[in-house]
Design a protein around this ligand. Structure first.
Ligand SMILES: *Cc1c(COP(=O)(O)O)cnc(C)c1O
Length: 244
């Protein structure tokens, strides 16, 4: 059952935090719900011991977020958007998401700021960094991250809370760990620069295949789909491709 899986993963994450000499609640689980139908999420939310509004879900396509947002509007879960965001979908994202994990370019920041101003809102965001250097991955290049954060910090509506990454897909754990270490180091450099209004409290990194390593390296949010809901039919490239 999904709720039992979620509870199991949450408790494992607490144990991993403690094993890494971190406080037990230093990292939280963001259930990634892409491909999972709204009915199943409704069931999960009903069975959860946490108050329903405290439940967070992560989606990576605006179209899919839109339909679940509407279907579950009575339960009003907290939605995180974790996928690649095209500028022309910024308005939808602003209307639905409580946090955006994937800001990776100034132009998107500018469009988000306009939409947020129009809506009279602000939005907590994370900057997505391409720590693996793979061309298939979105995210700002590591050596451009600092400048991007500085440039984005001019927008009053964007509340910069930290960084996000997808590690290299590899079964060689040193390579995966290197991606997470790089993200943590970048966050520290940015934090040390004390840029006005910029916080570096969140590191969104780690998914089903690599969240143990991510927690050891300081993740504060792990984004877990298959580890809670079971395997997906389609390869990850399908969900990460631009424009699809
Ligand atoms: C799908 C997805 C995840 C979760 O992947 P799992 O293998 O299901 O844990 C994490 N982050 C992003 C951006 C995703 O699209």
């Amino acid at each position: 059952m999904d709720d039992q899986n979620l509870i199991r993963v949450q408790s494992e994450v607490r144990d991993l935090c403690v094993a890494s000499k971190r406080p037990p609640h230093a990292c939280r689980v963001l259930p990634v719900t892409k491909t999972i139908p709204a009915d199943r999420l409704r069931q999960l939310q009903k069975q959860s011991p946490v108050p329903t509004a405290a439940i967070e879900f992560g989606e990576n396509k605006i179209q899919e977020l839109k339909s679940k947002y509407q279907e579950l509007s009575d339960l009003n879960p907290t939605w995180h958007f974790i996928g690649h965001l095209q500028s022309n979908k910024a308005r939808d994202c602003v209307a639905m998401a409580a946090m955006l994990h994937s800001v990776d370019r100034l132009k998107l920041g500018r469009v988000l700021d306009q939409e947020l101003q129009a809506a009279g809102k602000s939005l907590p965001i994370l900057i997505q960094v391409n720590t693996s250097g793979e061309a298939s991955k979105f995210g700002v290049a590591p050596d451009k991250a600092f400048q991007l954060v500085k440039d984005l910090s001019q927008f009053e509506t964007l509340k910069i809370k930290g960084l996000m990454t997808l590690a290299i897909l590899s079964n060689q754990s040193p390579k995966v760990r290197g991606c997470f270490q790089l993200l943590r180091q970048l966050a520290k450099e940015i934090e040390d620069a004390a840029i006005d209004k910029v916080e570096m409290t969140e590191l969104s990194m780690g998914m089903t295949s690599d969240y143990k390593i991510a927690i050891e390296e300081g993740a504060t949010i792990v984004r877990i789909g298959q580890g809670i809901f079971g395997p997906r039919a389609l390869p990850d490239s399908y969900y990460w491709d631009e424009g699809s």
